[in-house]
Structures are given as C-alpha cells and as structure tokens.
Design a protein around this ligand. Structure first.
Ligand code: HEC
Length: 721
C-alpha cells in the first residue's frame, strides 16, 4: 500500500515519559487486615490497596497512591497554617544525570524509587539511607529507541515484591526486603522481528509504572510513534507468566484478526494499521465495577484527508481485569494526526453532577480537553477545553462524544500556509500527574499552552519505512515561524472543577515542562517547576504559601507519607524527558541550568540543609572554521536526526551524552568515523552505526556540528559585546 502522507510537526519531536518493621504506626491494625501476608517488606495486597483511601493514610502504595489515581494524601499534619515551617529533612543523590519522571512509593517506612535507567533504590523513608539498590543494566544505547530519553515513571508493590519495567522491555519482580531478582520476563512480543543481537527492529521501549490488581501485574509499552503495535499485558505476579494481552490496534490485515473486537477495529482502518496506540502511561482499576481502564496513544501514521477512526487509537478502553476481555471504549480523537495520545493519567472519582452522584473518569489528555466519562458505560458526560486557545476542535459534541473538528487544523499547511495548532504534540497536559482533592473537589492540572506548526508532507513509501527515528522537524521552515510559535508559549497550574467543567483559579508559571501535582488534606497543593522551585499553594484559593529552590528542574510529581508521627512531602528532581532534549532552538532556556537528580524529602522543621548545585565549568569551544557548503550542512542537519535523541537538538548535550559542539572527536574526521561507525565508545552507550550511516553522511553531520559550534561562538561574542 502506498502511503501518501506523512504528518509532521515543525516544532518537533514526539510524534514525533528488614526494613519497615520497627516504625510502629498502625501496624497492629494493618496486620489484622492482612492475615495472609507475613509482616515483611512491601506487604501490600488487594485489601490494603482497595482500602488505602480510608485505612492507610500513612503510605503511598501505588503510582496514584490508591486505585483511584487521585494522588490525594489524607495526611493533615502539614497544613495551610504551618507549611511555612516546611524544611528539607533529607536528600538522596541518584547516579544519573537523566530525567526523573517517577513517583516514589512508600510502605511501612520504606521508600522505593526508580531512576532514569530503570534502576531501583529502597531507602529508609525517615532518613533517606540506602537499604538496597538494583541495577537491571539496561544497555545505554537502548535510549535510541525511546522518543524521550531514558526515563521511568515508577515501580509497583505487591506481596513482598517490587515490580519494575525496564527501558528495554523486561518486567522484573524483586524481593522487597533485599532487592534480589525473583523473576524476569521479557515483555516485547516474540513474533516481532529481531536483529541478530536480539533487539527488536521496531523501536520498543518501556517507561510506564506497572499497576497491580488481583495478583496480576499490568504493563504497557512505548514506541507507538515509531510503528510499534500498542498493547497492554497482564502477568502473574508470582510467576511472571503472561496471562493475557490486549492489542490496541489491528495487526497484519492479511492474517485473521486475533479476536472479534480487533476484527471490528480493523474495519475502521484503511488497510494495515502500521502500529501505534501504545499504552505508555495511564492505567486505572475500579475494584467495585471490577473494570480495568487504560489510555492509548495515537495511531502511528495519521492520514489527513481520510475518514477513518483508526480504533483504538487515542481511546480510553475498559476491559475485564482477569481476562482482558473488551467491555467498552471511548475514542477521544478519531484518526489523530496531531499526536494527541489519550494516555494521560485516568483519574477515578465520584462526582455530584446535576444532582446525581456519577462514577466517572476524569481525563485531561494532550488534546487540551478535560473529559468526564461515565466509567461504567464509557459514555461521555461532558468535555471542555482546558484553555481558550485550543483550536483543533471547537468542542466535543455531547450527543456523539465526537470532536467538532476545525477543518483547517486537519488540513495543516497543505495549502502552503503554516497552521499553528493548539495544543502541540507535547500537549496541553501529558504524563505530568494531576491530583484531586475530595475536600475542595478540584483537580490540579499542570497545563502547557505550547502550539506547534502542523504541516502535511507528501512522502514516498520508501521514505515512510525509513521513519525509524520518528518524525523529525523541518528545520528550514522552523527558522521562519519559530518566533511566532514561541511567543505563545506559556504554562500554568489550573485548579479545575470537573463537575462544572470550569477553571476556578490558576497559577501562572514561567517556562515550560513543570512537574505533576499533589493534593493533601492540609488544604495544600504541591508542585515543582522546571525552574527548580518546589512550592505549596492553598488548595481552595491558589495562594502561594511556601516555596524553596532546589537548584534542579522538577518534572516528577510529589508524594506525601508518614513515618514515626512525622508527615513528609517528597519529590524526585532531575531534568529530562522529551523537552529535556530540546535545549536548543525550541527556546527551553528557562529551566534551571544546574542538574543534580535526587530524591528530596521535606517535613516540618526538617534539619537538612540543601547545598547549592554547582554549574560545571564550560569546556573550551574551538571548532575548525565553518567552511562547508550550505547543502552539506543541510544534509548534516537531516542526518543528525539519528543522533538528537541522545545528544540533543543542534548537538547541545542533554544529559549523559556529551555536547558534540565541544567534542574534539567531532573536529577530527577520522576519529569521528571510528566512534560513530566503528563503535569505539559502545560500552559507554554510544551506538555503533556501521554501514547504516555512509561516510558521506557522517561527514555532513560533522560539517553541521562544526557549523553549530561556530553559531554558538558568534552568539557568545554578541552577548559579550
Ligand atoms: C543512544 C544514544 C546515542 C545516540 C543515538 C548517539 N550517541 Fe553519540 N554518544 C552517546 C553517549 C552515551 C556517548 C558518551 C560515550 C562515552 O563517553 O563513552 C556518546 C559519545 C559520542 C561522541 C564522543 C564525544 C566525546 O567528545 O566524548 C561522539 C563524537 C558521538 N557520540 C557522535 C554521535 C553521532 C554523530 C551520532 C549520530 C550519528 C550519535 N553520537 C548518536 C550516545 C548516543
């Protein structure tokens, strides 16, 4: 089949992230509740998880704290009256410079933290002292498969074990007391195409936090934008055996569909699905309705002028947890061409709407709308835009639940005129967790108003199959429009009334890509920002009551827990994720330049003093003269797409991988060939490109990087003038 169109965004990218026994609070109660589990580390079971809202204020047992995924802590020792006394209690420095998107879990005085490279730490939640550490040894060059750098959103706890998904697709069960591995299951499908070294040809990755219910570990996968066929799977928590797998999009249409529901889904596609629909973040479970919910990503390739729905792309899907049997779906963006992933956190709440208590899912995906969905039936109750500039659709038809699309948005720049689409592919709101307070009945949502230029690029079949690096920006075009797009960039935290579907207050924030939120019973909302500030706001008014600078960007959501009578608020800090790769022209200049990833815990009158984080000295910038021809530099810029996931836009290093503009190895053409084609630095995580990259193209990359280095020198000079 010939695919005529590839949809791409100029501005990028993502189309384009012995222990607790001694502490003694409430343990008698919980051991009574837990007759079947010995009092050992991570003694979490179905009863404890389902009653955490009312019975277990002290702990943070699962990604969203409880099955409702509300991220509300019932603890109220820290309040809007005394939060001014909040001070650091301890910090624990992580051994990575990459992004931290994870939610730490705390049970019975032990904190479990995952880091960028899927490593796991168990810490004493009172002191931050390390109890054990496990390194799954993810090959560093695997991050080439991940759209958004090496990241991990957290672990799960059940029956004395810690479960973690690794970037390279292993689901691991670790002994919660020792960190020893118990089982290790590879989750990427065996009928995939693999290279001789055992890596899948398609760009699979895994970063989402597992969820656990009824003795099943539920995980999804990443890579939908790169053609991976999305799925969600359930594994036996004791044995690691696959129990069921639900594919979210049809596969090869020349073969019989795996099940009747995929047969129905296939009718909404014109031929092969080409993948997508990855389940890379939001998963929730309702124990009363006994339904498992998950959100799916966009179809891998959108076609701008086709009238297809492409199920189950951009949908919320409900299945039976024991079998994975389909129950209902609600598609938020039929035939998505804008990379609007319906993957954001699925929050369950009981809301009084028009005099009646409704059991709902509150969902604020990247497409910029807030949806309230009946979680028993999947019927839309209401949907409203998060901010006024949302322009891909003018609204959601309450009768059909379908968007009322703006035709110009789907047309993109096909008519030659750039279309500025709100939101862009990073969303109005994405994986950055939101929280809900049952006291204020407000949802606290980290919002970005970050548009993108949407254009339709005709492309031949041959080139489509080459999109293994995802959809890359059209740089020339970008130069002309970036200033306009940047002028719209803004971010805020919205306090949103989901019953009335309106904003009640907002806090405007400088910069973009801020952290998730935490609501507590002390009438507080906590949020960290990319400028490295961690702040507390009064939950009913939005008044800032407390703030501290931690010298490192915060993108992860905070948690709260209690040990030995003290309430703590903790957050993992560390800059990264997709925007972390965009230091250069995209204008991500607002985040704090220092980066020391760590976990920081706060309590009232804590006694730890945070030290300032130092800025590493800048190495000399001595490139050869910029003498290459414009076409060679342009080719180098195109070829550099293979490098930017690790080395950042324009070669401006974004973490572990060095800033290539400063690299003497780039200045030396022969050495560069050895490093890039010959695999000289492979053990350090620099992939071997071999014959995949021609010498000519590598020379072009070199010319491009030398050009960028000279651009920087000119900029530095202009600044010093
Ligand atoms: C999967 C991530 C990844 C990708 C993709 C990648 N690199 Fe690297 N690269 C690294 C890492 C990590 C290092 C540091 C290795 C070390 O220090 O041992 C590195 C080191 C280098 C160095 C040495 C820099 C120095 O001065 O120490 C060069 C040159 C380089 N890469 C060029 C490239 C080019 C050109 C591309 C694209 C064709 C590319 N890399 C793609 C991860 C990557």
């Amino acid at each position: 089949m010939i695919r005529l169109d590839r949809i791409s965004s100029v501005i990028f990218l993502v189309v384009f992230v012995g222990l607790g026994l001694g502490f003694g609070y409430g343990r008698e109660n919980s051991s009574k509740r837990l007759p079947t589990i010995a009092r050992h580390a991570a003694a979490v079971d179905a009863v404890r998880l389902s009653t955490a809202d009312t019975q277990d204020a002290a702990d943070w047992l699962s990604n969203g704290r409880t099955y409702s995924e509300q991220r509300f802590s019932p603890l109220d020792r820290i309040t809007d009256k005394n939060v001014g006394q909040l001070k650091p209690a301890w910090q624990f420095v992580l051994n990575t410079s990459r992004g931290q998107e994870g939610t730490p879990l705390v049970v019975d005085g032990v904190m479990y933290v995952s880091t960028a490279w899927s490593e796991v730490y168990a810490l004493d939640a009172r002191t931050g002292k390390k109890l054990w550490y496990y390194d799954p040894k993810v090959p560093r060059d695997w991050s080439v498969n991940s759209c958004c750098g090496p990241i991990n959103r957290g672990v799960a706890l059940w029956g004395g074990k810690v479960y973690t998904g690794t970037l390279n697709g292993h689901l691991l069960a670790l002994d919660a007391g020792t960190g020893e591995p118990i089982w290790d299951t590879f989750t990427f499908p065996s009928d995939e195409e693999y290279t001789s070294t055992g890596t899948p040809v398609r760009q699979y990755s895994m970063a989402g936090a597992p969820r656990i219910l009824k003795g099943l570990v539920i995980v999804g996968t990443g890579g939908g934008d790169q053609g991976v066929r999305g799925f969600v799977s359930a594994y036996n928590a004791e044995t690691g055996k696959l129990v069921w797998r639900f594919y979210t999009v049809p596969g090869d249409v020349s073969k019989p569909a795996e099940n009747p529901i995929l047969k129905l889904a296939a009718k909404t596609w014109d031929g092969d699905s080409g993948g997508g629909g990855a389940v890379w973040d939001g998963i929730a479970y309702d124990p009363e309705l006994d339904l498992l919910y998950f959100g799916t990503g966009n179809p891998a390739r959108g076609v701008h002028d086709k009238h297809e729905d492409r199920l189950f792309g951009d949908s919320v899907v409900a299945v039976r947890p024991e079998t994975g049997e389909y129950v209902w779906h609600y598609q938020e963006v039929p035939n998505d061409v804008w990379d609007y992933d319906s993957t954001a956190q699925l929050m369950l709440a009981d809301l009084k709407i028009a005099g009646r208590v409704r059991r709902v899912i509150i969902h604020a995906p990247k497409d910029g709308f807030v949806y309230v969905i009946d979680r028993a039936t999947g019927k839309l109750i209401s949907a409203k835009p998060l901010f006024t500039r949302v322009n891909w659709a003018t609204g959601i038809d309450p009768a059909t639940g379908r968007p009322i699309e703006n035709p110009a948005a789907r047309q993109g720049s096909a008519n030659g005129k750039p279309f500025v689409v709100f939101p862009g592919p990073l969303g109005g709101h994405s994986w950055q967790a939101m929280s809900y307070s049952p006291r204020t009945r407000l949802v606290y949502i980290p919002v970005m108003e970050m548009p993108s230029i949407f254009q339709v690029v005709p492309i031949a079949e041959k080139e489509v199959s080459k999109t293994s690096n995802g959809e890359e920006p059209e740089w020339e075009y970008q130069d002309q429009v970036i200033a306009k797009v940047k002028s719209y960039y803004s971010a805020h935290m919205a306090a949103w009334d989901p019953a009335a579907q309106r904003e009640v207050w907002r806090v405007n924030l400088k910069g973009l890509w801020h952290g998730g939120t935490l609501a507590t019973a002390g009438n507080l909302v906590f949020q960290g920002t990319s400028s490295g500030d961690f702040s507390a706001y009064q939950a009913n008014t939005g008044k800032m009551l407390w703030s501290i600078s931690v010298g490192t960007a915060i993108i992860a959501p905070p948690i709260s827990y209690e040990v030995a009578g003290d309430q703590y608020v903790a957050v993992t800090v560390g800059w990264g994720g997709s925007l972390g790769l965009l230091k250069g022209p995209i204008g991500m200049d607002n985040h704090v330049p220092t980066n020391l990833p760590r976990v920081i815990a706060f309590k009232l009158n804590g006694g730890y003093k945070l030290q300032p984080v130092s800025i590493p000295a800048e190495p000399p910038l001595n490139p050869p003269p910029d003498s290459a021809s414009a076409p060679q530099i342009a080719n180098g810029r195109t070829q550099y797409a293979r490098c930017l996931r690790c080395h950042g836009y324009c070669g401006i290093g974004a973490g572990d991988a060095p800033d290539l503009r400063y690299s003497p190895m780039v200045y030396n053409g022969a050495l560069l060939q050895q490093v890039v084609k010959g695999g000289l630095l492979r053990s350090g995580g620099m992939p071997m490109f071999g014959s995949e990259l021609s010498e000519n193209d590598l020379d072009a990359i070199r010319a491009y990087l030398i050009h960028e280095a000279n651009v920087q020198i000119a900029k530095n000079k202009a600044e010093h003038r």
